[in-house]
Write a protein that binds this ligand. Structure first.
Ligand code: GAP
Length: 457
């Protein structure tokens, strides 16, 4: 389905300043990435749009920003201390390490989701699976590996001072359930959302920023009456799909995959994933929407001794609400957006142009202001200085206008605005559209409105 190979897209992102290798001057740190001068904007735009659509514009939802380090009891209650692990196996011959379920899936096409270590060891034997690195068939037994990063607070490094970097942001929402009820006037149904960093010591990170150890999540915990969860589950699935489509992602590259019963997490009544046809796999998970029932609130009640309940104002009935959770990684939306936007075209003059067809609302640079020749720079700069009050713009006077267009196409700038000699007379500029390459003459006084209209999400 994808026209371009992944290496080509990754190399383009590195060359243009979207993503840098993490700690590069020290030889890097495996699977760590920094977002560069354009990537930081794309990430910010994605987060701003999510916050606007899921928090500000929703009549139901509010937002918080909770701490990364939490009381470790949180992770006992959530089940992460006991159960947040992947099974890993080592090749005895070459010492390579694999996630057991991935090894099985890659070799046989069978899913090992939900299987115990013993069951997976049996599958590895039954299918005579060999090491993908050295070809030998000698594996250790698989054993669980907890994915939470540990650290210590204070000066002592002992069990009492052990804390964890949160592996998901949602637990910060559940523990604040009472605080939000107390400080808002929310009635069911209502949601609490947040954006923040999560950390997982993934055994097999990879595929660039698809699976990383440090990433940002945007999670919404939407609380409902227990008998009303199914309706809201559908509602949020549609909202998330709509968001992805409005990002301009091609419909043939997206699908919704409801989880089969055997695949559901132990706390989930229903889960559907929005998946994207990434160039490195058939389909990869982007967004998970889960019906978590009253599991989390009840677990935190059990472990904290606090009542995390809702009193119905009509009936006075007291109960733990059900929770629908749409959860998405910023890096996954980022990667989906750039994979979908990347394109190459041969122009009439035989020249090739690389172009990123990013939705204007996502594009890092909204417009590039170009004087036709340097002599016109003062006038063009005055326009630029006015526009940067409202949009992230660039000013570019270097090279031919054609070269400036190519540079901006390659980074996804939707509009190039050229100030030419006629502009001195008619007070108009030429706005060139990145996707159609059509040029429109627009009054300087109308440029802001023109851009505002085009940037609507
Ligand atoms: N609170 C539920 C939860 O965290 P999850 O399916 O483990 O569920 C939700 O994660 C989303 O977070 C995923 O759909 C994905 O977008 C993102 N995500 C999870 N692990 C990731 C990783 N290692 N690197 C990048 N994104 C990740």
């Amino acid at each position: 389905m994808q026209k371009y190979n992944f290496e080509e897209i990754v190399s383009h992102l590195k060359n243009t300043g979207y993503v840098y290798q993490g700690s590069e001057i020290y030889g890097g740190l495996s699977n760590s990435w920094d977002f560069g001068i354009l990537g930081a904007y794309l990430k910010k735009n994605i987060k701003d749009l999510w916050w606007k659509e899921f928090i500000e514009k929703s009549p139901y939802n509010v937002g918080i920003d909770s701490a990364i380090l939490m009381n470790p009891r949180t992770w006992e209650a959530s089940g992460h201390l006991k159960g947040f692990s992947d099974a890993m196996v080592d090749c005895k011959a070459c010492k390579s390490r694999f996630r057991a379920d991935q090894l099985i899936e890659d070799a046989t096409g069978l899913s090992a989701e939900g299987k115990t270590c013993e069951e997976m060891d049996q599958m590895i034997k039954d299918h005579a699976i060999t090491c993908p690195k050295c070809g030998k068939q000698e594996f250790t037994n698989s054993r669980p590996f907890n994915l939470m990063f540990k650290t210590f607070i204070g000066t002592l490094e002992d069990a009492k001072s052990t804390v964890y970097l949160r592996p998901e942001t949602c637990q910060g929402i559940f523990v604040n359930f009472n605080n939000v009820l107390r400080t808002s006037r929310k009635k069911l149904p209502f949601g609490i959302g947040q954006i923040g960093k999560s950390f997982r010591n993934e055994i097999t990170p990879g595929n660039f920023i698809f699976r990383v150890r440090e990433f940002e999540q945007m999670e919404l915990e939407f609380f409902t009456y227990p008998n009303d969860d199914e309706r809201w589950f559908e509602y949020w699935v549609e909202k998330c799909l709509d968001f992805v489509k409005r990002m301009g992602i091609k419909e043939e590259n997206i699908r919704l995959r409801p989880h089969a019963k055997e695949e559901l997490s132990f706390y989930s009544k229903a889960t559907s994933d929005i998946e994207y046809a990434f160039p490195f796999t058939d389909w990869g998970e982007v967004w998970g929407i889960a019906d978590r029932t009253d599991y989390d609130l009840k677990r935190h009640m059990e472990y904290s001794g606090e009542k995390l309940v809702y009193r119905d104002p009509q009936t006075n009935e007291v109960f733990a609400p059900y929770c629908i959770e749409p959860s998405v990684g910023v890096e996954r939306l980022f990667l989906m957006a750039v994979c979908d936007a990347y394109d190459k075209e041969v122009l009439e003059n035989g020249e090739e142009r690389v172009v990123m067809h990013l939705h204007p609302a996502l594009a890092p640079v909204k417009a590039c202001i170009c004087p036709l020749v340097k002599k016109l720079s003062p006038q063009a700069k005055a326009l630029y200085e006015d526009l940067i009050n409202d949009f992230h713009c660039e000013f570019d006077e270097a090279g031919t206008v054609g070269k400036r267009y190519r540079r901006n196409d390659a980074i996804g700038t939707p509009y190039c605005i050229t100030y030419d000699f006629d502009s001195l007379e008619d007070n108009c500029v030429t706005i060139r559209d990145r996707d159609t390459m059509e040029q429109t003459r627009v009054k300087i006084s109308d440029v802001k409105d023109y851009l505002k209209e085009k940037l609507v999400f």
